[in-house]
Ligand binder design. Structure first.
Ligand code: NAI
Ligand code: MG
Length: 357
């Protein structure tokens, strides 16, 4: 029997609720498949750990994680801890040393779910956003001087390296090539940002020469929001910087029905380190503890994890189960306009898995 070691890091807020739901579904999925098992180890890192220990995870945290085949992550963020400490202390503290430079964010309108865009059907919106996940605007370069004084200054420096841009561009062209439409849109802001973004454009052109079978075009990020909203059908695979894709993927999730549905994979494509799978949403203080968080984004992230682990049959079965459940409006959580609870959706997906042939 094939066996995989999974590090589960629920983190904060609804992260704890949706990861618990995801692990339940994954256990049923593995049992139903019969060909593999998942050895899950829990890590109670996050804001509670921070309040007790002064750090979001132990100093040797990434060392502990190295032994795992994948990381299943919830969300970080607590109302009483500054967001930049929680994000940099846990999520980015894993993404960066593990060189998870390719952040993959599929967006589709699942069966039974309505886009807020009038007249837009599932066949009109089927995208994969590839987000550069190691440098750019979130490289962590910068600082603050003269704190509190009138002359206080802060810098937030974007870093774009030829190596970093080339590898994400190649990844994005490969992704576009693997999809039926073979269509890539490269998003920048190279009119106003005339150094790093122009480097993106130059490298896109260079890499494109190696992919003559992929059609590609360029968009400025502001105009991209208009195109996503008014002409979603014209898009397929999208590549953008760390900040731009962060913003565009929240928009994409909303256009596909809810941020609660959207999954992501933080990949180290060379597999030198474990990759990390998580819903794109945050810890959602406003609904924490109410039992109504939509777990679908976390389930879909589990699908991506199973694909990465090399279990495509189980991944496809879990995706079918998710889609069978979203198709039934009585199983929609409040973010989708329904009244179902996290627990009800979870049990329905488990039942659909067991009923799948
Ligand atoms: P958020 O994604 O937590 O919530 C935005 C809105 O979407 C809220 O109204 C929330 O109730 C709703 N929502 C999110 N996930 C949902 C789900 N699964 N089901 C139903 N509704 C859902 O973003 P927000 O409010 O900006 O941030 C809250 C905290 O999360 C902050 O501390 C922030 O830094 C952190 N955060 C962490 C992320 C991560 O760990 N990857 C990503 C985004 C935010
Ligand atoms: Mg985000």
């Amino acid at each position: 029997m094939r066996s995989y070691r999974i590090a589960a890091i629920p983190g904060d807020g609804i992260g704890k609720e949706v990861v618990a739901a995801g692990l339940r579904v994954l256990a049923v999925c593995a049992a139903r498949d019969g060909g593999f098992d998942l050895k899950v180890q829990h890590f109670d890192w996050g804001s509670d750990y921070y309040k007790a220990n002064g750090t979001m995870m132990p100093e040797d945290g990434t060392e502990q994680l190295k032994a795992f085949n994948a990381i299943y992550f919830g969300a970080v963020g607590a109302p009483d801890v500054p967001d930049h400490l929680t994000l940099w202390g846990l999520r980015l503290a894993i993404c960066q040393p593990f060189d998870q430079y390719a952040n993959v964010r599929p967006t589709r309108i699942l069966p039974g779910i309505e886009s807020p865009l009038r007249g837009v059907t599932p066949s009109d919106l089927d995208w994969v956003i590839v987000r550069e996940n190691s440098e750019g605007e979130y490289a962590g370069q910068g600082g603050r001087s003269h704190r509190g004084l009138p002359e206080e200054v802060a810098t937030e420096v974007s870093i774009f390296t030829r190596a970093g841009v080339t590898r994400i561009m190649r990844f994005a062209f490969e992704m576009a090539r693997s999809r039926p439409r073979k269509l890539l849109t490269v998003v920048t802001k190279s009119n106003a940002q005339r150094h790093g973004m122009v480097l993106w454009d130059d490298i896109a052109r260079e890499v494109a020469a190696d992919f003559p079978d992929v059609a590609w075009d360029k968009m400025l990020v502001d105009a991209m929001t208009v195109r996503m909203t008014l002409n979603p059908r014209s898009l397929d695979t999208i590549v953008a910087t760390n900040l731009h894709a962060d913003i565009l993927s929240d928009l994409a999730a909303a256009l596909a029905g809810s941020i609660g549905i959207a999954p992501t994979a933080n990949l180290n494509p060379e597999r030198n380190f474990p990759s990390m799978f998580e819903p794109i949403h945050g810890s959602a203080f406003d609904i924490t503890g109410k039992g109504i968080a939509n777990p679908v984004g976390t389930f879909w992230s589990a699908v991506m994890m199973l694909e990465h682990l090399g279990e495509p049959a189980a991944a496809a079965r879990l995706m079918r189960a998710i889609e069978r459940v979203t198709a039934d409006a009585s199983l929609h959580t409040p973010d989708l306009g329904g009244t179902a609870t996290t627990a009800r959706v979870t049990e329905a997906v488990c039942a659909a898995l067991l009923g799948d042939n």
